[in-house]
Design a protein around this ligand. Structure first.
Ligand code: NAP
Length: 539
């Protein structure tokens, strides 16, 4: 890895970065991938907390490469973190990418030089690499958010942040453990920690609507069936609103009476996972009546499952629509609160006052702990971009350009930042991420080929197109019940981070529609982007 000049630098060895590197190599470009971790995985490298697994079904949480599909056998409906990471390692092996990845390389800055038409990407150690193109796969949930609770650094026990979980096993046995958080991460970690901890105290602020994941191992027959069906799995996923291989339910609230609605919810609940959301009613996230019905159904399930009525009532989300905060998938989550070694503490009515050397203080009471687990979320979408000193034309800083919230074309390109392409960046479609990545990388391939064909040196999004796309992102968001998640701290619009502008961080108009926009953009020769030759660049 002596070279300091490449056609492209890719940042991040998660799904987005790996997929991008493969495509750049297919185009015959020289490319290097820089990764802060010591191995591949991205999200699946950092989030090694107990119980971490996908909420997407394994057969749609992968790449559409026939050579991989033919050999890889998923073991479960929802693969665990080690299995997803093993999959990504295998991808890297098959495509011989490891020699093109620099690990433990923390990128701190990237700046574009107009005179050379090059990006200089700087590592933490002060060294740098130059490249014509900068492709970022920084992750949508890659910067953990640790709330500034007074006294946090005075805690004398062990402290773990779920999004930075250590590699070795963490032993909870015989220990008093506290988990702060009740989002998708905590929902996965809590049942696992409860199995070995002497006592587990869950500090919950906003309860979530948790659907049962209904995980199960995949039989050899099922694996064979999946292998044979990958083309149709991908076809379905590409056109599905959230990028899952499912058909729309084909019915809305008004199509059925209450009894039938209940039956449909029961059936969806039994199937589990996102089938409960997307195969029950198509207007759950857009019609308040449909939403109220599903919310009431989940609350009933909580009361049915949790034996202590007070705990059940604390676990019941109220005051915001179902889905306005990302619904977690549970693996025995509500059942865990029936264990005698698990307690739930409501820190909504009475917030955590401080962390003491011995535990968590809520009101007058100190909960004494040996281990504190912070499952407190992420500075989503823009967080990773804003922590890097990214500078475009004229030295303008991305953090300043995005002061009022992200602005881009398709969540891929930013006016004033030529040849920077985000794969999975803010304002891209919110959906099952491998499917979104596939659409973006397809667009990127077409754009790079077009540039090569006509000999252009740089491609940059126009301000008008970024305005139009940002308006489209807002319009799609406003067409749903999701804005109501703002007051409940939804990270979909940055409401979980103090002083973060409340703007939708993703395009919620559907994965199929998004892919359609990208395909149309290619077909129409990239309206919304300027392409310039070297002479124009140096003028
Ligand atoms: P999250 O949904 O943002 O949850 C963070 C939790 O920490 C919330 O319950 C929040 O309470 C709580 N919290 C934050 N600051 C607090 C404070 N000062 N006092 C008390 N509680 C505090 O984050 P997450 O659980 O990491 O999940 C984020 C996203 O990652 C998910 O929505 C999902 O998209 C993704 N994820 C996916 C998977 C998967 O697919 N398998 C697994 C895990 C995560 P409030 O809600 O009141 O703010």
């Amino acid at each position: 890895m002596q070279c300091t000049k490449f056609d492209a630098v890719v940042i991040g060895a998660g799904f987005a970065g790996i997929r991008s590197l493969i495509e750049l190599q297919r185009l015959g470009m020289s490319a290097v991938l820089l990764e802060a971790g010591s191995d591949v995985g991205g999200t699946w490298y950092w989030n090694r907390y107990p119980g971490a697994r996908t909420d997407s079904e394994s057969w749609s949480y992968c790449f559409p490469f026939p050579e991989l599909e033919a050999e890889w056998a998923w073991s479960e409906r929802y693969p665990s973190q080690p299995e997803v990471q093993a999959y990504l390692r295998r991808v890297v092996e098959i495509f011989e990418l490891r020699d093109h990845i620099e690990f433990e390389c923390n990128v701190v800055a990237a700046s574009y030089d107009e005179t050379t038409n090059e990006w200089t990407v700087s590592r933490e150690d002060g060294s740098s690499i130059d490249a014509t193109f900068l492709v970022t796969g920084l992750g949508q949930l890659s910067v953990p958010h640790v709330p500034s609770i007074p006294g946090l650094d005075t805690f004398e026990g062990e402290t773990y942040v779920t999004g930075r979980w250590p590699e070795g096993p963490v032993d909870f046995s015989g220990k008093r453990v506290g988990v702060i958080g009740a989002g998708a991460t905590a929902v996965q970690a809590i049942p696992e920690i409860a199995k070995t901890a002497a006592h587990l105290t869950v500090f919950q602020r906003t309860p979530n609507f948790v659907m049962p994941a209904v995980n199960h191992p995949l039989t050899d027959e099922r694996v064979a069936e999946i292998r044979a069906n990958y083309p149709s799995i991908w076809k379905q996923a590409r056109r599905h609103v959230f990028g899952f291989p499912m058909e729309a339910a084909g019915r809305v609230y008004d199509d059925v009476d209450e009894q039938e609605r209940e039956r449909i919810f029961e059936e969806g609940w039994a199937r589990g996972g996102f089938q409960f959301v997307f195969e029950t009613f198509d207007d759950l996230l857009t019609d308040a009546r449909s939403n109220d019905a599903v919310a009431a159904f989940v609350r009933r399930k909580i009361y049915e499952t949790v034996s202590d009525a007070r705990t059940a009532s604390l676990l019941c989300p109220l005051g915001y629509p179902y889905g306005a905060k990302r619904p977690p998938a549970g693996h025995g989550y509500y059942e865990t609160f029936n264990r005698t070694n698990v307690d739930l503490v409501d820190v909504m009515r009475e917030p955590i006052q401080r962390i003491s050397p011995h535990g968590v203080v809520v009101g007058e009471r100190e909960y004494r702990l040996d281990v504190l687990v912070l499952a407190t979320g992420f500075d989503a979408a823009t967080g990773a971009y804003e922590r890097m000193d990214i500078r475009g034309v004229g030295g303008q800083r991305l953090i300043d350009v995005w002061k009022e919230g992200p602005r881009s074309v398709f969540g891929i390109a930013i006016p004033g930042f030529p040849n920077l392409f985000m794969v999975g960046g803010p304002q891209c479609a919110y959906a099952n991420i491998p499917v979104v990545i596939e659409a973006i990388v397809g667009w990127l391939r077409s754009a790079l080929l077009r540039m090569r064909e006509e000999g252009s040196a740089r491609m940059v999004a126009t301000p008008d197109a970024a305005e139009t796309w940002s308006a489209e992102v807002q319009r799609a968001f406003d067409g749903t019940l999701l804005p109501k998640g703002g007051d409940a701290g939804s990270w979909y619009l940055g409401a979980n981070i103090e002083n973060k502008p409340r703007k939708p961080l993703f395009f919620f108009g559907g994965c199929g529609a998004y892919s359609g926009f990208l395909a149309e953009n290619v077909a129409q020769d990239f309206p919304g982007f300027r392409r310039e030759s070297l002479t124009e660049v140096s003028r």
